[in-house]
Design a protein around this ligand. Structure first.
Ligand code: UD1
Length: 341
């Protein structure tokens, strides 16, 4: 049994599908602060399997202990957390509370229950403005906002925990830019309000919910002047978690079993590359205008995915065309996300 915190969220729900398909039992622990129970119904529909749901908040240590005991989980995948950069600048305390305190309570509960296998959702945002590309895991960490700093603090907390007790097995996964959707078109990204991130915004332009895309800056030192990112298909990303669980299962106390691993493709695409690929996938015109740079944005960011390959035997398989096609399938079938209008 795997306990998945934040399992109803975008990456969490896709990971639940892959876990169930691989034969794992799954208990989702979620407070639905930024997700919908409908996502879990769809997960069951896709897999034709049942999962167990516990509605709760990671900051509630008692609820966490109860969930670990009831589920009899052998490992935790911890997705629950807040993730909007702008919101974290305006309201940092909720980020430290949800993300850092939430994880602290979770690991206290795990200690209490003698449960010691954890896969944690981190982000490439911990690197900040890259000094050197591609980004390897030993690149210096210099996050530029409270969201990124909350992820870095959690990483440090987990490494300290491992140093104090080598029977913990921990995988810290640094995601690049997750996009796309399950190819059933039943689950996908469903941001509340106006999307901050590129692909969900483009998807809403294609479906007619937004008029036009603002391209934040065309004067970056990149091939076409627009920002370059390492977009990774959410299903590839989900499979990375299964590989991490496998790697932790065989990790022994002799080997380092606190792993920090990039999950990216190693390939960068510009904003305009994404727009063109989305136009092709959706057969829609995506109107855009060039706008000033978004404060805090960087020119380019892409992974060195070698460690994931060497240590996990994982590598991304799906390309930009599949990311856009699957995103469009989800968006066109569910123009208003999980909430039916
Ligand atoms: C953002 C977050 C990052 C987080 C990641 C999750 C910021 C500054 N960073 O990364 O911490 O981990 O999402 O996926 O928010 N763009 C436009 N127009 C738009 C939206 C985006 O031109 O309406 C451009 C951006 O300038 C950037 C690229 O598209 O060049 C990707 O942006 P986005 O999807 O927001 O991801 P990141 O900024 O890489």
């Amino acid at each position: 049994m795997i306990l998945v915190t934040g399992g109803a969220g975008y990456i969490g729900s896709h990971t639940c599908v892959e876990l169930l398909n691989a034969g794992f039992d799954v208990t989702v622990f979620d407070n639905f602060c930024n997700s919908s129970p409908e996502a879990l119904i769809r997960v069951e529909q896709i897999t034709r399997k049942k999962l167990t749901l516990i509605t709760g908040d990671c900051r509630d240590r008692g609820a966490m202990i109860k969930a670990l005991k009831e589920s009899q989980a052998s490992a935790v995948i911890h997705f629950a957390g807040l993730k909007a950069v702008g919101e974290s600048v305006e309201n940092p305390t909720i980020y430290y509370d949800n993300n850092v305190v939430g994880t602290l309570r979770l690991i206290e509960a795990m200690q209490e229950c003698q449960l010691k296998t954890l896969v944690f959702s981190s982000s490439a945002t911990v690197y900040g403005d890259p000094v050197k590309l591609p980004l390897t895991e030993d690149h210096p960490l210099a996050p530029t906002n409270p969201y990124g700093r909350s992820k870095k603090m959690i990483e440090e907390m987990l490494c300290d925990l491992y140093q104090s007790d080598h029977s913990f097995k921990i995988a810290i996964l640094r995601y690049f830019n997750p996009v796309g959707a399950h190819d059933s078109g039943l689950i996908g990204e469903d941001p509340r309000g106006i999307p901050n991130n590129l692909m969900p915004f483009v998807a809403q332009v294609a479906v007619g919910r937004q008029e036009s895309l603002s391209v934040w800056g065309s004067d970056y030192p990149t091939p076409d002047g627009t920002g370059v990112r390492d977009y990774i298909h959410v299903v590839d990303l989900a499979l990375g978690h299964l590989k991490a669980l496998e790697a932790l299962k065989i990790a022994s106390e002799k080997r380092n079993s606190c792993l920090t691993i990039n999950l990216g493709t190693g390939q960068g695409y510009s904003v305009l590359d994404v727009v063109r690929a989305y136009e092709k996938a959706s057969k829609k015109n995506i109107p855009y205008r060039i706008a000033p740079r978004r404060p805090g944005d960087i020119a380019s960011c892409y992974a060195d995915p070698k460690r994931a390959h060497d240590v996990l035997g994982w590598q991304a398989k799906l390309g930009l065309d599949e990311m856009c096609a699957n995103s469009w399938h989800w968006q066109s079938n569910n123009p208003t996300g999980y909430q039916q209008n």
